[in-house]
Every structure is written in structure tokens, then in C-alpha cells.
Design a protein around this ligand. Structure first.
Ligand code: TXA
Ligand code: MG
Length: 338
């Protein structure tokens, strides 16, 4: 990718078209955020429900006030600490943002990505860019250009290839429209980091930890079975030796029924499994490595035609909590406690 590619992509955005581009979290599928027709194309290409709002990507802090009715003081503090970077803030929207972009909501999600290609594209196009993750709705988010191509081939005119992304899971979403700031989607920027900057307590949306039907999450996108491979995924939680023994027992049982079994494990334990495909998420306790590899690994199970996948659960410290959130959703909250 060079500057000529960025210019070509920027021209597509300016003229109402779609472009997939890298960000530091996952690849995005971009269109002019202030153009209703362009935003609609995103929903069509992804097969995305139209009530699921898009994130507006900006390249300068001043662009936040171009879409927000008012900029809360917390936004100032958080932008200073985390932008450009993997944090999305929800604020009240002003008239310039079409309801196509916000799925009919009167709030808008805004993020300033740190990837140079993303910033270059926003600046070169002169537009604010609405972009969801560049996967077909319900599939794992793309962390390299090949994943985008696999999902979007023939549906979009251009993919900017920036190689594998650095973080691997979507941005943290924090809602600043209520009395107490609330995390609607955990990510690389943790609740503790946000609380430390704001110097106050913040809340975690109870809808994201509950199993799907119990409490409705505030971010519409968090209610769908999501980030999911084609195979059935089951999380196993408990003491390591017992998890290994139970997964091996279940593997044997499923294989006898003619199913292809996958196991997602840490580097240290991978050698202990007897499944058809065993894939590693990185060293035990390394949440950042797990985040980088999670979605590519889920896609690899599909490529290897796994029918059922057993996954070791991860330690929920730092970004590990966000990885577990995605895994729980991918598993449709099917968890084995062994
Ligand atoms: O890292 C990311 O955030 C990536 C990259 C491309 O920037 N984008 C991304 O977009 O993950 P998407 O569309 O896959 O996820 C956006 C999430 C959805 O769950 C959506 O419901 C929620 O943000 N969202 C967007 N606007 C919202 C709003 N006004 N209120 C509540 N939730 C909102
Ligand atoms: Mg998405």
C-alpha cells in the first residue's frame, strides 16, 4: 500500500463508495459517515441489521464537535489519554449525522484510530468515515486483508492491505451520555484505565456479561451471536488438568460420532490434546497475544472444517477480559465448568 492507493481509496469514499481499510484493532469497512446513501451501502455489503449503528472515525479531535451536540468533559480527558487509539466514545449526536449512520439512535459512536493508513484515508478523503468491522455480519472480525477478501469479495471495490493488525479485537466502547460513564464493549483500553483517567468509578453494561436473553445490552451490536466461527464453540473453565482431561474425553466422544473436533489452547497445553485440529492462542496468561490471534484462529477452524471446537478459557486480567467477552459471545455463552 502506498500513497497512490490511499488517494484512490479516498476518491472512492468521496464519491459515496466503500473501501476496506486497516485500523490498529481490526479491519474496517468505510464509507462517508455524513452521506445516508453511502452508509446504507455498508449495511447491504455486510448483511448487517439496520438498527445496528456504525462507528464514525475521525482524524482530528476538533472533528468530534462536528458530530456531537455537546462534547462532555470526560471526552476531553479520555481523548487526551487514549486518542488516537482503540477507544470509542458514545456522545449525543447533532443534526449533521444521518440516522442511517446511527441506526436511528440519537447518539453517535466516535473513534480516532491510530493506524497511519486509517488516518491517511480520513484526511485525504476530507470525510468522516463510518466503519464497522469489515466482516460479513456475525462472522469473526477481520484481522488481515485476506479475511476481508474472504468475506467481501465481489461486494466492495477496494481493500487497503496494511498487513496483520496490532491489537486484533475491536475497540473499547464507553458511553458518555449518562450520569455514570459505562463500558458497552470491553477492549484493549480497560475499565481500570478509563476509571483512572476520569478519577471516578465507571460501570460495566450488565447486558454484556449476562447470557443473551437475560438483559439487553445497550450497544445494539452486542446482542447478536457474534464473532462466531461456523462450528459450534464450547468454552471449558476450571483447573487446567481437569479441563484437559474433560476436553480429551469429549473429543473422543464426538469423534466416535464422526465429527471433526477442534481445540483452542495455550502454547503450553496444546500438545496434550488429541483433537483433529489443535490451534494455539499464545502463551498462558498473555492476553495481548490471545487478542491478536483470536479471530484468525476462529477462521482457521472453519478452514480446517471443524464441526465442534472446545476452547480453554483465559485469565481475565487486562485485555484478557475483552478476549473472554468475545469468546463467550462466539460460544453463545455455552460454558462447561469442569
Ligand atoms: O475497533 C473498532 O471499533 C472497529 C474498527 C473498524 O474501528 N469497528 C467496529 O465496528 O468494531 P462494529 O460496527 O463492528 O461495532 C460497533 C459497535 C456495535 O456493537 C454497535 O452496536 C455499537 O458499536 N454502537 C455504535 N454506535 C452506537 C451508539 N450510538 N450507541 C450504542 N452502541 C453503539
Ligand atoms: Mg463488528
Amino acid at each position: 500500500m502506498d500513497i497512490a492507493d490511499i488517494r484512490e481509496a479516498a476518491e472512492l469514499i468521496r464519491t459515496g463508495g466503500l473501501v476496506a481499510f486497516p485500523t490498529e484493532t481490526v479491519y474496517g469497512l468505510g464509507a462517508d459517515a455524513l452521506c445516508p446513501k453511502a452508509a446504507k451501502k455498508i449495511y447491504a455489503a455486510k448483511g448487517r441489521p439496520s438498527d445496528n449503528p456504525l462507528i464514525v472515525h475521525i482524524a482530528e479531535y476538533s472533528q468530534l464537535s462536528a458530530v456531537a451536540r455537546e462534547v462532555p468533559e470526560e471526552a476531553d480527558l479520555l481523548a487526551r489519554a487514549f486518542w488516537p487509539g482503540p477507544l470509542t466514545m458514545i456522545v449525543r449526536k447533532n443534526q449533521s449525522v444521518p440516522s442511517e449512520t446511527t441506526g436511528g439512535m440519537d447518539t453517535v459512536a466516535v473513534r480516532m484510530p491510530s493506524h497511519p493508513a486509517a488516518l491517511g484515508l480520513i484526511r485525504e478523503s476530507g470525510c468522516l468515515i463510518a466503519a464497522p468491522s469489515a466482516n460479513v455480519s456475525g462472522r469473526p472480525s477481520p484481522t488481515e486483508a485476506a479475511h476481508v477478501a474472504a468475506d467481501m469479495d465481489g461486494r466492495i471495490p477496494m481493500i487497503l492491505d496494511g498487513g496483520p493488525v496490532g491489537i486484533g479485537i475491536e475497540s473499547t466502547i464507553v458511553d458518555l451520555t449518562e450520569e455514570v460513564p459505562m463500558i458497552l464493549r470491553p477492549g484493549f483500553v480497560t475499565a481500570e484505565m478509563i476509571g483512572a483517567v476520569l478519577g471516578r468509578e465507571i460501570r460495566l453494561d450488565p447486558g454484556i456479561t449476562a447470557s443473551d436473553s437475560v438483559i439487553r445490552p445497550k450497544a445494539p451490536g452486542m446482542k447478536y451471536r457474534h464473532y462466531a466461527p461456523k462450528a459450534e464453540l464450547i468454552l471449558a473453565e476450571g483447573e487446567t488438568e481437569r479441563v484437559i482431561a474433560e476436553i480429551n474425553r469429549l473429543t473422543e466422544e464426538k469423534r466416535q460420532k464422526g465429527l471433526r473436533v477442534g481445540v483452542m489452547a495455550a502454547n503450553e497445553t496444546a500438545g496434550r490434546y488429541k483433537a483433529d485440529c489443535v490451534l494455539c492462542l499464545g502463551p498462558q496468561g498473555d492476553g495481548e497475544a490471545a487478542a491478536r490471534q483470536l479471530y484468525g484462529t476462529l477462521r482457521e477452524f472453519d478452514r480446517q472444517k471443524a464441526d465442534i471446537i472446545y476452547a480453554e478459557s483465559l485469565t481475565e486480567k487486562g485485555v484478557g477480559a475483552a478476549v473472554m467477552n468475545r469468546l463467550c459471545k462466539a460460544a453463545g455463552h455455552q460454558v462447561l465448568y469442569v
